[in-house]
Structure formats: C-alpha cells, structure tokens
Design a protein around this ligand. Structure first.
Ligand SMILES: [Zn+2]
Length: 100
C-alpha cells in the first residue's frame, strides 16, 4: 500500500520495480526525480560555473594547472640565468613548483 502522501495528496510514486516480483516501489518519488531516494534519485552534481559556490574561477583546477605551468617556466628561466651568469641575484626562496 502506498504511503499516505502518494495516496491522499497525489505525490508521484517511485517508478522502480522489483526484479523478482515486478511490483512497483511504494515510496513517493524524490523532488523532480522519477524514483525515490532508495532507487537512485540523485540530482546532477553541478561543476564549474554552474556550481552554487563558484565565485571567480581563480582556484579552479584548470586555473591551478595554468599557474603551476607558469611557475615552472619562471623557475626554469631563473635557473638558466644563474647557469649563464646573467644575474648575481639569489634564487627565489621556497620550494620549487611541482612539474605536472
Ligand atoms: Zn523507490
């Protein structure tokens, strides 16, 4: 017997059916979904600009890769300048950027 919300208030019923008996699930479907929470009702996970916490994109994975590539290039240039004695300045302190 369906739940009261399905029976009395016309909530949509879950579309999932049991493999063995073929009977339909009695739970109400999740909001905006054809199935209930037990049968895989999941909304799409929003990514990138569509995500509600997206602010500016400066810390996105693509942006981080771009910053890392630029840091590696700068570090390489700095080391080559020291090898060729083009500068007497000290190397930039801190750890070297990882090569990805
Ligand atoms: Zn269900």
């Amino acid at each position: 017997m369906p739940l009261p919300s399905v029976k009395l208030f016309g909530a949509r019923q879950c579309k999932a059916k049991a493999k063995r008996t073929g009977s339909q699930c009695l739970n109400p479907s999740a909001y905006g979904m054809p199935t209930c929470r037990y049968h895989g009702a999941r909304k799409k996970v929003l990514c990138g600009k569509d995500h509600p916490n997206f602010i500016h994109g400066q810390a996105s994975l693509a942006a981080k890769r771009e910053y890392n590539a630029a840091a590696v290039r700068l570090r390489d240039l700095e080391e080559e300048m020291h090898v060729l004695n083009m500068t007497s300045a000290k190397l930039t302190p801190g750890r070297k950027p990882k090569r990805v």
